[in-house]
Write a protein that binds this ligand. Structure first.
Ligand code: SF4
Length: 379
């Protein structure tokens, strides 16, 4: 069975560090760094390709190419085009490849989109809206505003980027249920094809940590959000992701289906399934070291154990509304989650449901997804 294959490119630049952000991003850079970064990234592409060959991996044509960040829309389009060309020189692009770039609303300008359209095959944009409430945006220390989200969405449509996602955050301190639902009304008025919505998580010590809403309220908000998005025509296909018909994100699906992906850039993880286990490669999370790197081939992969692989695969696949196809799962991973001791109990308690070969979390089960997953791999 050939694994599906995608590439994630991490673009680490941000104008400012949002207080809640855990991603590796870099705010102290000069414009010359864009060129240097692109040159190193292109070297990494060539060396990674050679490494995969040496390692015996012949990747399938790329189904999904995802530029994440950081704020990828800060990288001038000519450099994005150079990176895409370098990838095309080494890897085969599938004829229906999905190429996504994340963008913050305040960075989306007419000239950026015009150049993106003329110089690149990017066909999907993921807009980091997070909220439409000025107070929430201020609490999150976002640079964008409600107005910039509207302006960016209008420009996307004007330039033919009708396939776009809005990223949202809910359970922000002070956010009421009605405010959260109002955000969703605004979402609908902008007409994205996809919505990703995650509850806010903060580390202890953050000024808003003690103000985070209680778990029961978060669960309640989540339930209401799912209902409202569904009533607006978005089908939930994963715990936190919703799409209009045929607009699910290929990159997400590849990730949650256990597909292979190569991560490029200073803080991109990679994962390959080979000889019955997952192999992961983590990178440096250090921009300075990344720019000095010369031997990407030497960055080796760490192999998961058999039970770690089963746990990861169960965790990923159960997040999808379509759940786990038990027969396919057994053929691929050699493990049957329905053989776990607590399996029947989870069915009885309404946390899991089984339809023929398909095993899925129920709505109640989705709220306890981590716990259920952990107990489904009791080896
Ligand atoms: S813009 Fe995104 S990546 Fe950059 S600091 Fe804010 S949340 Fe993090």
């Amino acid at each position: 069975m050939t694994n599906s294959f995608g590439i994630y490119v991490h673009i680490p630049f941000c104008v400012h560090k949002c207080s809640y952000c855990d991603f590796y991003s870099f705010t102290k850079y000069q414009t010359e760094d864009f060129k240097k970064f692109t040159e190193i990234l292109c070297a990494e592409i060539g060396q990674s390709h050679r490494f995969l060959k040496k390692w015996g991996v012949e990747p399938a044509p790329i189904k999904s190419l995802f530029f994440g960040g950081g704020t990828p829309s800060l990288l001038p389009v000519n450099f994005l085009a150079t990176i895409i060309q370098a990838l095309e020189d080494q890897f085969q692009f599938s004829s229906d490849i999905e190429i996504t770039i994340e963008a913050n609303p305040e960075t989306v300008s007419e000239s950026f989109l015009e150049s993106l359209k003329l110089r690149t095959p990017v066909n999907r944009i993921s807009l980091g809206a997070q909220s439409f409430s000025e107070q929430n945006l201020k609490n999150l220390e976002r640079l964008g505003s409600r107005e910039s989200i509207y302006r960016a969405a209008a420009l996307l449509k004007q330039w033919g980027y009708v396939n776009f996602n809005l990223d949202l955050i809910f359970a922000i301190p002070g956010q009421s249920e009605s405010q959260m639902l109002e955000d969703l009304v605004e979402v609908a008025s902008l007409g994205p094809t996809h919505v990703s919505s995650y509850n806010l998580t903060l580390k202890p010590g953050h000024s808003l940590f003690s103000k985070l809403p209680k778990d029961d309220f978060v669960a309640d908000l989540y339930e209401k959000m799912v209902e409202r998005l569904q009533s607006l025509g978005f089908e939930q296909y994963e715990i936190s992701n919703f799409a209009k018909p045929s607009a699910s994100c290929e990159h997400n699906l590849l990730y949650w289906s256990g597909g292979d992906f190569l991560g490029l850039g200073p803080s991109a993880a990679s994962r390959f399934y080979k000889e019955g286990v997952f192999h992961h490669r983590k990178q440096w999370s250090d921009f300075g070291k990344y720019l000095k790197q010369t031997h990407f081939e030497e960055v080796s992969f760490e192999s998961s154990t058999q039970s770690q692989t089963w746990l990861e695969a169960t965790f990923l696949e159960l997040r999808k509304n379509s759940g786990i196809d038990l027969e396919r799962f057994y053929k691929r991973y050699g493990y049957d989650p329905s053989s776990a001791k607590q399996f029947s109990l989870f069915l009885k308690e309404g946390l899991l449901t089984q339809e023929g070969n398909l095993l899925m979390l129920t709505r109640k089960g989705r709220l306890l997804a981590d716990l259920v997953t952990e107990r489904l791999v009791d080896v």
